[in-house]
Write a protein that binds this ligand. Structure first.
Ligand code: NDP
Length: 293
């Protein structure tokens, strides 16, 4: 028996995508077709699935997508040359380099080589800085999607105590910055935190992005808290089949939380929808600045 409300990420993502589609149709009326370049280096199976889904979704909402695939022998210099070309191409409004990159390539150098105005993942230092300063920057898709789910569920977040578990540059840190901008009091838990359960149990909102299957159970959660589970883990079952699970132990937490995202069907669909949203935002940004020249 589930006591908590299920937060429906698929339905929320559909609403975001419908809005993106409307906007891309409006741009087409002005002769502008948004374009997204997706760069994949290496053979990581999960990355291949993510890239395929992103390309499909882009086409479905009227964004032209361009795929650039390389094997893991690609040299960093060659990747930088490609990015320079994409930066200069007016048909490309968004550039996404699928992570992780092979160990031979310096991830930071690559992300910094993307024009910040085309940085739809929001990983360029200029956009990260903009997010921290509370400016209207291109913000990372996963935490922005989590924030939308939280606002939909809770309304105004001002004054709430939010605990973010995990401090990666992709999820945890930008999540903390976004919640702070919404006037939450924010605590961040990581692998060196002492008594993390007791801290998390004080929170009204818990966002979990640790990459450890079902680590956060009911002991971490205050009754009535809202729980967002970012984790995507493949767990082997007794019958040998694998099943997707989050970083939250759904069965125990759903009995005590007031609302919770499922895995799958929670944060995952929002990430991809926010990527499309950012591509539209980038397109409008680029055309607005071209007009004001
Ligand atoms: P990272 O591995 O980059 O970061 C994990 C974070 O969790 C680190 O900050 C680490 O702390 C912390 N951590 C690890 N173990 C513990 C522990 N025992 N107690 C407290 N904190 C701990 O992961 P990501 O942020 O990239 O991803 C997190 C999860 O989210 C993964 O399951 C990933 O698959 C998923 N994900 C899902 C997305 C989606 O669209 N739904 C998008 C991106 C990620 P420290 O810094 O001290 O090492």
């Amino acid at each position: 028996t589930t006591a908590a409300t299920l937060i429906d990420g698929r339905a929320c993502a559909e609403r975001v995508l419908a809005d993106v589609e409307r906007q891309s149709q409006a741009l087409r009326q002005e002769g502008i077709t948004p374009g997204l370049a997706v760069v994949l280096v290496g053979e990581d199976p999960a990355s291949q699935v993510y890239v395929r889904n992103k390309m499909r979704k882009a086409e479905a909402v009227g964004i032209r997508s361009f795929e650039y695939r390389f094997d893991d022998t690609l040299k960093q210099a060659e990747l930088l040359t490609l990015l320079a070309k994409l930066n200069a191409d007016p048909e490309i409004n968004g550039i996404l380099v699928q992570l992780p990159l092979p160990a031979t390539i310096d991830e930071h150098a690559v992300l910094q080589a993307i024009d910040p105005r085309k940085d739809v993942d929001g990983f360029h230092v200029e956009n990260v800085g903009g997010l921290i300063q509370g400016r209207d920057a291109l913000a990372p898709c996963t935490p922005t999607g989590c924030l939308q789910l939280l606002k939909q569920q809770c309304g105004d977040l001002a004054g709430k105590h939010a605990v973010v578990i995990g401090r990666s540059n992709i999820v945890g840190k930008p999540m903390a910055a976004l919640l702070l901008a919404e006037h939450c009091s924010v605590s961040v838990i990581h692998s060196r935190s002492v008594a993390p359960e007791a801290l998390a149990r004080q929170a009204d909102i818990v966002v979990v992005a640790v990459g450890r299957p079902e680590m956060v159970d009911a002991r971490w959660i205050k009754p009535g808290a809202v729980v967002i589970d970012v984790g995507i883990n493949r767990r082997q079952q007794h019958d040998g089949k694998t099943r997707l699970v989050g970083d939250v132990d759904f069965a125990s937490v759903a009995l005590i939380a007031s609302a919770i995202t499922p895995v799958p069907g929670g944060v995952g669909p929002m990430t991809i929808a926010l990527l499309m949203h950012n591509t539209l935002k980038a397109t409008r940004l680029q055309h607005a600045s071209a007009e004001s020249l």
